[in-house]
Design a binder for this molecule. Structure first.
Ligand code: SF4
Ligand code: SF4
Length: 144
């Protein structure tokens, strides 16, 4: 069995944990949450520090610079609803398998990118616009 099938997230080593991140960048999109229903909507507005290759330009000091940056390792699972349904951390927490296109399964991120499960050039930097309801987008649900 693969480590993600036999360990809980809390039991994983740092390298195991890191390897589960597919680098989709979707957690770096601004989200809007209904305070009554807790329903989360993603917007097409991305953090200004997410570069075109979906790398964080300020990784080491990201939580100092960006107030609502999600440090997923420290995030209470209660808030995994802020992650896309394709995110491995959310899926493992919910008892779901990794998506079929996950880089750990296929060895590359091309299938994920071509399938539309990652931030693309459609995303607008929050240096240019203020995220609000006009920017809500439907994030593609994982089909596995
Ligand atoms: S949404 Fe999940 S898998 Fe995608 S970049 Fe963020 S932490 Fe990694
Ligand atoms: S600062 Fe946080 S939200 Fe912004 S790109 Fe880096 S990891 Fe993503």
């Amino acid at each position: 069995m693969a480590f993600w099938e036999e360990k809980t997230l809390a039991e994983m080593t740092d390298s195991e944990w890191e390897s589960l991140c597919d680098g989709c960048g979707l957690c770096c999109l601004h989200k809007l949450e209904d305070i009554e229903t807790l329903e989360v909507e993603f917007t097409c507005v991305k953090c200004r520090y997410l570069d075109a290759t979906r790398q964080c330009e300020v990784y080491e000091k990201r939580t100092d610079l960006v107030e609502d940056c999600l440090n997923v390792r420290d995030l209470d699972p209660e808030y995994y609803r802020w992650l896309p349904d394709s995110c491995a951390y959310r899926r493992i927490h919910e008892g779901q398998p990794l998506p079929q296109w996950h880089p750990l399964l296929v060895g590359h991120s091309q299938t994920m990118e071509e399938g539309g499960y990652a931030v693309g050039d459609w995303a607008i930097s929050d240096a240019l616009v203020t995220p609000d309801a006009d920017f809500i987008v439907r994030i593609k649900a994982s089909d596995s």
